[in-house]
Design a protein around this ligand. Structure first.
Ligand code: SF4
Length: 226
């Protein structure tokens, strides 16, 4: 799909999201937050749900957690405009509570369709609810910084998932913030690994990788995305 077609397809999904009443979260939202970014990106970041500021503005990751995400991206030489950023649920859970399973299920088709349009090589999960979508059955304390092939049923075909803590958790705990900088340093190498795997036409049957993809000399922080 060429850039303009992708942009149109993403806008069509965003229009549906803004009018959606498929779960109870529409009752308390100010604005739905479909997601935003480069329609031609190879990397999609998926968080949990909008917070206070995001709900007001209708844009993802624009509060303090968003500021930290921008700093994390800058640490590998990337800007937020280089990637696509969205969430598992597109409307703010009241009082920032965790999204409920039925809300995540109701919203899942939007994320799946976004991933089908974007066709990313890498999905970076931010937080345990996003991770559970792409790496079911693992604990974030053990899985952060590691890579798994993604089930194509998620909408991301031949892609790798890379798990990170949610930036809001990093804001609360300095040790998690340090680990988040260490984790994101491996994302460029994960992108290279995924490009290679996609070029080789890897099996669409997901099998867990034993080890995290290490950083390599080919994946310096200055590496460009495209
Ligand atoms: S969270 Fe998702 S499913 Fe629920 S109302 Fe918002 S857009 Fe619709």
């Amino acid at each position: 799909m060429i850039d303009v077609e992708r942009q149109r397809a993403l806008e069509a999904i965003a229009t549906e999201v803004r009018a959606c009443t498929n779960c109870r979260l529409h009752e308390t939202r100010t604005k739905a937050v479909p997601g935003e970014g480069d329609p031609e990106t190879e990397v999609v970041f998926v968080g949990e749900g909008p917070g206070f500021n995001e709900d007001r503005e209708g844009r993802p990751f624009i509060g303090r957690a968003g500021d930290l995400l921008v700093k994390l991206l800058a640490s590998i030489g990337w800007r937020r405009d280089d990637v696509f950023i969205t969430n598992v649920v597109k409307c703010r859970p009241p009082e920032n509570r965790d999204p409920q399973p039925d809300e995540i299920a109701a919203c899942a088709p939007f994320l799946r369709r976004q991933l089908e349009v974007l066709d990313p090589a890498v999905v970076v999960t931010l937080g345990r609810y996003s991770m559970a979508t792409f790496m079911p059955g693992v604990r974030i304390s053990q899985a952060h910084g590691t890579v798994r092939p993604i089930d194509p049923a998620t909408g991301a075909n031949l892609a790798l998932a890379f798990a990170m803590y949610h930036p809001a958790a990093a804001l609360r705990t300095p040790a998690i913030e340090r680990e988040s900088y260490a984790d994101i340093a491996a994302v460029p190498a994960t992108l290279l690994a995924s490009r290679e795997r996609r070029g080789a036409g890897a099996s669409t049957i997901p099998e867990p990788l034993e080890e995290p993809v290490p950083s390599t000399d080919d994946a310096t922080p200055e590496m460009t995305l495209f």
